[in-house]
Design a protein around this ligand. Structure first.
Ligand SMILES: Nc1nc2c(ncn2[C@@H]2O[C@H](COP(=O)(O)OP(=O)(O)OP(=O)(O)O)[C@@H](O)[C@H]2O)c(=O)[nH]1
Ligand SMILES: [Mg+2]
Length: 201
């Protein structure tokens, strides 16, 4: 699934990626980032997809040492503090480091990502209207916040929302304009949250 030739695509220089590897993994009962899928730890798998789509990849995690042994070319860790503030706060800490206009945000528990779909979405970013802060897939329950794109201009609003106690992506996104991305294969968004999800792979 690694595709280094994609590095030469015209959009790679304009895109960063953030991979979130924190949280409690309470439903799984063990750190999801290190679960192996087809012999490869999930975090490594997701980071290879991220690196095939973006020029720089930031892994936001409270425990970088835990992942030091993984093969993570062109990825850099952002040590998160304080612990366990949730995905929205982890994202904000990563976004503060991003230098590109757009960033691809990925959870580490997405075993079925498709590089071609993400690259196709990245091409569409040129056409997103200037008032939109993000481009995301949508489903019946709301946005799919952890597999999509955010514009760097959302950082001040995001920090305001967090400083007022907000921790929910859905609530934050409701307050802003977001471009809808079409999902050709919803399987791609499969979240590996439970031992049953993992076994089904
Ligand atoms: N860096 C960082 N990532 C987080 C944090 N909380 C959740 N995540 C990441 O966000 C993504 C989605 O997490 P969830 O599956 O909703 O939750 P979880 O806490 O990992 O697991 P559960 O305890 O089972 O809900 C995963 O990639 C997690 O690693 C956090 O506080 N910091
Ligand atoms: Mg999940």
């Amino acid at each position: 699934m690694t595709n280094d030739s994609a590095l030469s695509t015209q959009h790679s220089a304009l895109l960063s990626a953030i991979v979130l590897a924190g949280g409690k993994s309470s439903r799984m009962g063990q750190d999801k980032a290190l679960l192996t899928v087809q012999g490869e730890p999930l975090l490594q798998r997701v980071c290879h997809v991220a690196a095939a789509c973006a020029d720089s990849v930031y892994i936001v995690t409270p425990w970088p040492k835990r992942y030091q042994h993984l093969n993570l070319p062109r990825c850099q860790f952002i040590q998160e503090a304080p612990l366990n503030q949730g995905a929205l706060v982890g994202f904000a800490q990563g976004l503060a480091q991003v230098q590109t206009d757009w960033v691809l945000l990925l959870a580490c528990d997405l075993p079925k990502l498709q590089v071609e779909v993400l690259q196709g979405w990245a091409v569409e970013l040129d056409n997103v209207s200037e008032d939109a802060i993000a481009a995301l897939a949508h489903h019946t329950k709301g946005w799919e916040p952890l597999c999509g794109f955010y514009h760097r201009r959302c950082l001040p609003q995001l920090l305001d929302f967090i400083n007022q106690g907000g921790r929910s992506f859905q609530q934050w996104l409701q307050q802003h304009s977001v471009q809808v991305l079409a999902v050709p294969d919803t399987n791609m968004l499969l979240n590996c949250n439970t031992p049953e999800d993992w076994a089904s792979l």
